[in-house]
Design a binder for this molecule. Sequence first.
Ligand code: ATP
Length: 368
Amino acid sequence: QKAIAVMTSGGDAPGMNSNVRAIVRSAIFKGCRAFVVMEGYEGLVRGGPEYIKEFHWEDVRGWSAEGGTNIGTARCMEFKKREGRLLGAQHLIEAGVDALIVCGGDGSLTGADLFRSEWPSLIDELLKTNRISNEQFERMKHLNICGTVGSIDNDMSTTDATIGAYSALDRICKAIDYVEATANSHSRAFVVEVMGRNCGWLALLAGIATSADYIFIPEKPATSSEWQDQMCDIVSKHRSRGKRTTIVVVAEGAISADLTPISPGDVHKVLVDRLGLDTRITTLGHVQRGGTAVAYDRILATLQGLEAVNAVLESSPDTPSPLIAVNENKIVRKPLMESVKLTKAVAEAIQAKDFKRAMSLRDTEFIE
Ligand code: ATP
């Protein structure tokens, strides 16, 4: 009987609980034992029944409607070192787990792929140092790994949506709607900073959905005189037509053409100094990732959880680890490491100011 474990890692995202629920139940439905690893890689490194727990059907009852991740998530520095991964391997083997599904962002999935590729040498060392028996060694010659992407940023290449992104987008839109009401009452301008790291997806879509006056995203930087002139022209035009509110959305990773960050404070200063607007800054912060998941994320996470279990049951030592993606509304498998590589290449291209390359990589399926 196979034993499939699931963990959530990196930043929490709404919908992770639906993903865990679907994986646990689908594993049990397919005749496997289901396990959860608590606190991400931290739980693997610590090991034992407190951190690697067998889960039953009832253990995930009602989880679809719950936000965050009930099995915990953490950033774990020890797992980045070989000794941490060696402990992780030992603890998985001791628990009798032979497949691991990781729901997280690109960092978590890089760790997962490294863990799998190192697995043969890890178990060799564990056997040689008598930390596992011959029998355990023979049983666990291969570790099946699969990734599902849980991240509010929607910054993973090869998938159209990450679990949690639409929930965060919905929360941001609601928050801007609230701000809009008070802005209208006082005829104020609001500069709203939203999350997304070096990806502008949340800011761009939130800005469009709330008809913001101006949006700053990392993918479209401008020199400071360009953006200042353009923003002031647009805002003045809207004001001259009787608009009492001004909403400017600034992505967390917004940068100007010389690669210096654009902060909400920079934008605030221009709106005050050049247009004389009564301006406030609203930083939405962790509200964006909190609360329950929207229906889309629950469904995406559930379908991807089912597919992740199918993928680990079908995978072999010769096939690359899969990542469960959604492409044009279909749940599909992609090679995990290719997706991570492509995601990193986009981030690097943005940092190197090569926006053309970043854009073309975002549209490309695979990187050579
Ligand atoms: P988010 O996009 O929400 O930040 P993430 O998965 O990218 O999520 P990270 O902090 O980058 O978040 O990674 C989470 C954990 O994954 C790390 O704390 C570490 O334990 C593990 N990890 C990340 N990168 C590696 C790596 N190169 N090798 C081994 N483990 C890694």
